[in-house]
Design a protein around this ligand. Structure first.
Ligand code: G3P
Ligand code: CA
Length: 255
């Protein structure tokens, strides 16, 4: 937990992704060593139905291969190198990342799982995410505060599906519009937090108080510079996602 109750928790965005290739085991291990309170990952389905931690629709930007994730099998993806300029790295599955988080005994770190393009699959992605969290025994936490997992999406439908199937699991409705996040969408789907970008929050700081008045936390992404970190702290943001978890933790601890 954070040493200062006013300080936001620090979520490593795609791992310590400024220092290591995003979504690799090396990026997540570094984030844990640097003191991250949470790890963020994007998940997509392979052709044969496995959840892998990949941001883009294709593997072109982040691996040695090409093609859509949805058209590759897990085995085909495992033959690619996701290590970029660093050590060679295999694609990370959601199951492997959950294992890493639960095996990390120094602190009860949270995993923030973002579903990408869930609507296209008619609920399949959310169902698979929930099945994975259930398999590891973390889909029904005793309270939101003690949950080891948080599910996030830009899709209100996806958040609604998660709330309906796993009402105790915390959720974040992500968005880049103040009208959307400040309006009724989060209430309608029962999200436990709203997730504006730092740009939206700079333009609409009232989103934090409005969320708090409705009993919701705020998760802000992607917060990489000192001014923005201080700004989020002063506003009372609960979680900040950053590509620099170590530097961010130090800044929050020192100030
Ligand atoms: O943490 C939320 C943030 O990751 C959303 O943007 O494109 O990096 O997934 P993106
Ligand atoms: Ca993301």
């Amino acid at each position: 937990m954070s040493p200062d109750s006013r300080a936001p928790f620090v979520v490593a965005h795609r791992g310590a992704s400024a220092a290591r290739q995003e979504h690799t085991l090396a990026a997540y291990e570094l984030a844990l060593r640097e003191g991250a309170d949470g790890l963020e990952c994007d998940v997509r389905l392979t052709r044969d139905g496995y959840l892998v931690c990949v941001h883009d629709r294709t593997v072109d930007r982040t691996s040695s291969g090409t093609g859509l994730v949805s058209e590759l099998t897990l085995e085909q993806m495992q033959e690619l190198d996701f290590g970029g300029d660093g050590e060679p790295a295999q694609v990370l599955t959601l199951a492997e990342l959950i294992t890493l988080v639960l095996d990390w005994k120094s602190r009860p770190t949270k995993l923030f799982v973002e579903t990408k393009h869930p609507v296209r699959y008619g609920g399949l992605v959310e169902n698979k995410v929930l099945a994975e969290l259930q398999r590891f025994g973390i889909a029904s936490p005793p309270s939101a505060a003690h949950s080891r997992a948080v599910v996030m999406s830009f899709s209100a439908t996806a958040v609604w599906r998660i709330r309906r199937s796993a009402p105790l699991l915390p959720t974040v409705l992500l968005g880049d519009s103040s009208r959307y996040l400040g309006g009724g969408a989060a209430t309608t789907v029962g999200a436990t937090a709203v997730g504006p970008s730092i740009k939206t929050l700079r333009d609409h700081p009232e989103l934090v108080d409005r969320a708090a008045a409705a009993g919701r936390a705020t998760y802000c992404w992607t917060v990489d510079n000192a001014d923005d970190i201080t700004y989020c702290r002063e506003l009372g943001v609960s979680w900040i996602a950053t590509n620099h978890p170590g530097r961010t933790k130090s800044l929050l601890t020192e100030s």
